[in-house]
Structure formats: C-alpha cells, structure tokens
Write a protein that binds this ligand. Sequence first.
Ligand code: APR
Length: 184
Amino acid sequence: MIREISGGKSLQLLKGDITKVPVDAIVNAANKELAGGGGVDGAIHAAGGPSLMQELDSIRASRGGCPVGSAVVTAAGTLPARFVFHAVGPIWQGGTHGEPELLASAYRACLKLADEKAVDYLSFPSISTGAFGYPVDQASSIAIHEVIQHLSRPDSRVRKVLFVLFDDRTMKAWSESLRILVPA
Ligand code: APR
C-alpha cells in the first residue's frame, strides 16, 4: 500500500522483516538504556552485528542512554543501510502519561535525524506496539500523521518512508489508519 504525499514524496506500508529491506536508514524500536532486547531490537542487532552495540556502549558511556521520545544514530554494520536510528517509544500506561506526545516525538526525532544525515529513504517498524504495549490502531495514526506532516514540508530531505510491519494484525491496523488519514 503506497501513497504519494507531495512532490514525489511517498509513504508505503509493507509486511515483512525490516532487516531485509535495503534503505538508507533503518529505525530501531529501542529502550532508554540502549541495552538491546527482543523484538525488532533483537533482530536488528542480530542482523547488524556487534558493531551496533559497541557504538551504543560509547553513547551510553557519554550520555547515559536515550530519553523516551528521542533517538540516537549508529552505523548499520552488516544491515542493508547506512545508518540505524535507535528510537525510544513510550511504554503504554493507559494513555494518560503523555504517551501520544512521546510516541510522536520519537517519530519526529527520526525524521529530523534523516534530514540531518541526508537520508532519502527511511524505514520504520511499528514503534512501541510490541513489548511496550501501545495499541496499534492509535500508534499507527500518530506515526502516519507525523510522517505526512514531515513529508509535506518543502524543505524535508526524506523522499520515501517505508513502514515495515511484521504480522497480519499489525499490517491490518496500519492499513486501516492509512485509509482513514490518506484516502486513495
Ligand atoms: N521487522 C519488523 N518488525 C518487527 C520485527 C522485524 N524483524 N520483529 C518484530 N517486529 C515488530 C513487532 O511484531 C511489533 O509489531 O516490531 C513491533 C514493535 O515491537 P517490539 O520490537 O516489541 O518494540 P516495542 O514495543 O517498541 O518495545 C521495545 O522491546 O525488546 C525490546 O529492546 C526493546 O526494550 C525494548 C522494547
């Protein structure tokens, strides 16, 4: 499912494994300790090799980690990309602890990093909707909204944003949000 947003810039949903799709930068759904884990974080570290964690070790040593709602960048090791943006989404606590703004902020941080690093083609997983428990219908609306806002800006460098969704349930929820926000 693909939608043109403006001036040849587009947004696409794809079902699959984010570590297998060549792009300029891959977004990881990390934690604020930058400690690695399961889910997409585990898959990205497994496919990217130990250099990712070595870089994160030095970021942790200098900055202590990565606050919720922000992101840090490393090289991509053996992944088919130049960079990995390790973004930290919020843990769902019922929706009354600032989760929507923190999730939007995590997506915005990655889009800003993409512009800074001259990234044309960026892929995202469904941040926070696995171990962190964020309802996927709400999370997908927030993510799509933020990406549309960014791609609509004439000065945005990013040309294409790909959301790589791992299972049918997630793909279905994202497809529904995209249909609502950007009717064909
Ligand atoms: N490609 C794309 N998506 C994937 C992949 C993959 N290879 N593997 C898992 N996913 C999907 C999950 O199915 C889910 O839809 O990524 C989405 C996000 O789930 P999590 O990886 O659990 O991420 P999140 O909810 O943000 O939780 C982050 O989990 O293991 C940790 O270190 C990570 O502590 C952090 C927490």
